[in-house]
Design a protein around this ligand. Structure first.
Ligand SMILES: [Zn+2]
Ligand SMILES: [Zn+2]
Length: 164
């Protein structure tokens, strides 16, 4: 919590903070992420502007080979806070209300984090994933598909193409 009475008009309060944020189930990633935030909160008179950058590492499963991997997440934060006890006339729907002269920046950091979590992860640019035929993880093992099956598949594919 940051006491807004300590931030003079047009002055900025530097903020460095770490947050342990729970990630909603809708994302196919680890349950929590520790985000380091580095930025500033500026008193613009009618509102307070939070600007900065968030960074963290996310545990996720590769979409291709399902192995767990660490993914670096970094995102910009730019959010406006307004006094909920004394709201300004020109309220923007994206403004975050604060009460009792204290600003909690966590909702702003969370909002921008969630907007920047990819829905799909790949463990590396060279991930080969699973073979659709025999199911081996091609990063670790060679394909076990029988050549006959492969040929059968190829001819089926040909027949299919002819029908198109
Ligand atoms: Zn992978
Ligand atoms: Zn195979």
């Amino acid at each position: 919590m940051h006491d807004i009475r300590k931030i003079g008009k047009m002055a900025s309060l530097p903020i460095k903070a770490a947050f342990d944020i729970a990630i909603p189930h809708a994302f196919a990633v680890g349950k929590n992420i520790v985000v380091d935030f580095d930025g500033k909160l500026t008193n613009l008179g009618e509102s307070f502007l939070l600007e900065g950058k968030g960074e963290g590492q996310l545990a996720a499963d590769c979409s291709l080979c399902l192995s767990s991997c660490q993914v670096d997440i970094s995102f910009d934060v730019s959010e406006s806070f307004v006094d909920g006890d004394n709201p300004p006339k020109n309220l923007d729907e994206d403004d975050i209300k604060f009460f009792d002269k204290a600003i909690d920046i966590l909702p702003a950091v969370e909002r921008n984090l969630f907007a920047n979590i990819p829905m799909r992860f790949v463990c590396g640019d060279d991930c080969k994933g699973f073979c659709a035929g025999c199911g081996v993880n091609l990063n670790h093992d060679p394909c076990n598909c029988q050549p006959e099956i492969r040929e059968e598949f190829a001819s089926l594919l040909e027949q299919f193409k002819e029908k198109l």
